[in-house]
Design a protein around this ligand. Structure first.
Ligand code: ATP
Length: 260
């Protein structure tokens, strides 16, 4: 049974804030609408509130104020476990169960929901993330970091979510693997019709992969623009400072290469 195309839902944040016990305001009155089917990158300096904003979507963190809707559904209504079954979640060092093999790791959500033909589904999902089917019987510690992240992506897709949340999914990977996996994720996003929200520190990655980039600073969204607009310098001061880094690197590489 091939993995089917879905129609990714919209995600709307309405005046969302998060104040942690002890006083830190991590997210400060954020309102933003993310269109169904879009790939949005959340970038910003460490501590700017990116992960907090993302984790409020699947209720790993509960907002102090405001509300979030996925399509027509209020995230705060109903059971958090049921909500999370409809949302794929991939994070750095994906946290596979070490005592389960790859196939069992991928199918864990199907096991919990009583899904049939789990081995067949795991094989389809391995195909989807470009891993050999015989990896199903391997244990997680027999995989490279990049392969483990691919298994994590397969696991996140097992219940056919329309929405994927990614928190620094490539953070611990070498640059080549990171680039390959980023390209693979974008291709999957397009092929499956997902809505994807990805937190990254890396502005170049955001510009290359996303349709729209939200820049956070001090818990607020300080820029909201397409990669094209950001590259034209239309994102404002904070965004320009982040775009300047890959731009300057590209300039220096051209210089070293003699303008080639
Ligand atoms: N559980 C917590 N308790 C108290 N403060 C927290 C907690 N989690 C995060 N914070 C604070 O909230 C702010 C935002 O943190 P958050 O992790 O959302 O930022 P981030 O932009 O994702 O950072 P990074 O890129 O370093 O992961 C930071 O000042 C952080 O110290």
């Amino acid at each position: 049974m091939p993995v089917s195309r879905v129609s990714g839902p919209s995600v709307a944040f309405d005046r969302v804030s998060k104040r942690y016990p002890g006083g830190a305001v991590a997210v400060d009155d954020v309102s933003v609408e993310i269109a169904g089917g879009s790939f949005v990158a959340l970038v910003g300096a460490s501590g700017s509130g990116k992960s907090t904003l993302l984790k409020m979507v699947n209720r790993l963190i509960v907002p102090s104020a405001g509300g979030i809707r996925i399509g027509d559904a209020d995230v705060a209504a109903g059971d958090a476990h049921l909500l999370r079954r409809r949302i794929g979640y991939v994070f750095q060092n994906i946290g596979l169960f070490p005592h389960l093999n790859v196939g069992e790791n991928i199918a864990i959500g199907l096991r919990l929901t009583g899904g049939k033909d789990r081995a067949g589904r795991a094989a389809d999902l391995l195909d989807l993330v470009d891993l050999p089917r015989d990896f199903a019987s391997r244990m997680p510690d027999a995989l490279s970091g990049g392969q483990r992240q691919r298994v994590g992506v397969a696991r996140a897709l097992a219940l056919e979510p329309g929405l994927m949340l990614m928190d620094e999914p490539f953070g611990a990977l070498d640059p080549v693997t990171r680039d390959q996996l980023g390209t693979a994720i974008r291709a999957l996003h397009d092929r499956l019709g997902l809505t994807t929200i990805m937190v990254t520190h890396d502005m170049a990655e955001a510009l290359i992969l996303a349709d729209r980039v939200l820049v956070m600073a001090g818990g607020r969204i300080v820029a909201d623009a397409t990669p094209q607009a950001l590259l034209k310098g239309e994102g404002g001061a904070e965004a320009d400072a982040l775009v300047a880094v890959p731009r300057e690197q590209a300039r220096r590489l051209r210089e070293i290469g003699g303008g080639a």
